[in-house]
Write a protein that binds this ligand. Structure first.
Ligand code: ASP
Length: 420
């Protein structure tokens, strides 16, 4: 028998993911979701959150060092402009494609049309409190302020508040400035950032050593507490959204990888396994970024500057799965409320999903406040979000997986364009 040490990390994570899910579902069905609550809140969830915290802890220094070095490594503003353009176009293209696919499938399957009004009513009552909280956030996170805040007055404060777009802007500016000043003047900062990058990676390697424990606890917590009766009632919706994401993953990504990036899709997915598993178990693009960076550079062999530029940007700005989920959910809720969204309104849903996905924080449930905003814009009652909140975590795990895969796919597109 293979010893624990000799098993590759991705297999360990996959193993505990399955074990944790089985243990959680069993506990839920035998002991009951309510009774297991204490154990989950006091044991597995705190451990899971500490592991997640350890990953997120290094995200700001990681973004700062890799983005600044990535930009400096590009050498000049012309190259930065070219790569920046291809990157942003790649993000937008994939996100628009995924949302359109989600909406199309929703239009065909119509999972919201047959939902029992009694179920709708009960869900609205149960999740009302959470909706209020998210509504407050929805007001705060979007609007012109989101754009104004991209330029931080106080970068330290932006870092402390985890305002990722502002941190990205600051890191980009440092990178740009390093290409402007003389080599001699930039050298100490380059060395410092390089050293910071190495140290951060060493921390990530340590943290990933206990990934099996963290993943087990996270999955156990989610599955033990989950309301399976709710899942049954919303099964058609969950399956439709999941199915759309699956189609995007097994059809669209491979086509893009093969024909645009000119890489072997099977090999690409094999090497990305651990990234997908980490995203799935953490539901956080930010928490996955350290792993995405490592795999991008070491396994997929993206040039350092491209990985350093595209991946940190993507973790915040490129969310294919989230945009698909947003579009599909708006349509689902419209169907539930018997609102017939015209073709024009659906185009607005696509546009808004693509734009808001850029502003979504890469954390569990990050898209909920922005999704509410899109609902409001096309005239679907925002409170309707209560209907899906109970099953959101499951979909969050899936959409986060797409979100980070999309970053790797975009990096491979950028690499191809640079080569040619
Ligand atoms: N959890 C997602 C992410 O981190 C964001 C979301 O859609 O809620 O990518």
């Amino acid at each position: 028998m293979a010893s624990w040490k000799s098993i590759p990390l991705h297999n360990k994570i996959l193993g505990v993911l399955v074990l944790g899910a089985i243990a959680g579902v069993t506990a839920n069905l035998t002991v009951g979701g309510e009774n297991i609550q204490g154990f989950v809140s006091n044991v597995t969830e705190p451990i899971g959150r500490m592991w997640l915290g350890a990953l997120i802890m290094v995200v700001i220094p990681l973004i700062l060092s890799t983005l600044a070095l990535g930009v400096a490594g590009l050498g000049d503003l012309k190259t930065l402009g070219r790569i920046g353009l291809v990157t942003i176009l790649g993000f937008l293209l994939l996100t628009a494609l995924s949302t359109t696919l989600g909406l199309t499938i929703m239009n065909v399957v119509k999972p919201g049309a047959g939902l029992d009004p009694a179920v709708t009513q009960k869900l609205m009552e149960t999740y009302q409190g959470e909706v209020q909280g998210a509504m407050g956030l929805a007001d705060k996170v979007f609007g012109i302020d989101l754009f104004v805040k991209i330029v931080p007055r106080n970068p330290i404060q932006a870092m402390a508040n985890g305002e990722m777009l502002a941190v990205i802007f600051f890191a980009l500016m440092i990178g740009v400035a390093m290409t402007i000043v003389s080599r001699e003047k930039a050298e100490p900062m380059l060395k410092f950032l390089e050293s910071l990058g190495h140290i951060v990676i060493a921390i990530i390697e340590l943290v990933m050593k206990i990934a099996p424990l963290g993943v087990f606890c996270l999955i156990f917590s989610v599955t033990a507490r989950f309301g399976y009766d709710l899942l049954l009632q919303l099964l058609k919706y969950v399956v439709t959204v999941f199915g759309s994401m699956l189609v995007f993953t097994v059809v669209v990504y491979p086509l893009v990888i093969k024909f645009i990036a000119r890489r072997n899709p099977v090999e690409f997915f094999k090497k990305s396994r651990i990234v997908m598993l980490t995203a799935f178990s953490t539901s956080s693009s930010n928490a996955t970024l350290p792993t995405t960076m490592r795999v991008g550079q070491e396994d997929l062999k993206f040039p350092k500057e491209i990985a350093g530029f595209v991946l940190p940007l993507g973790a915040t700005m490129n969310m294919n799965g989230t945009a698909l989920f947003e579009g599909a959910t708006v349509l689902f809720l419209a169907q539930v409320f018997g609102i017939d969204l015209s073709f024009g309104s659906q185009i607005i849903v696509v546009l808004m999903s693509v734009i808001t996905a850029i502003g979504v924080a890469g954390i569990p449930g990050g898209s909920i406040p922005l999704l509410m905003m899109v609902l409001g814009i096309v005239g679907v009652p925002m409170e309707g979000i209560a209907i899906i909140l109970g099953v959101d975590r499951i979909l969050d795990m899936c959409r986060t997986t797409l979100n980070v895969l999309g970053d790797l796919v975009t990096a491979s597109i950028v690499e191809r364009f640079e080569k040619s």
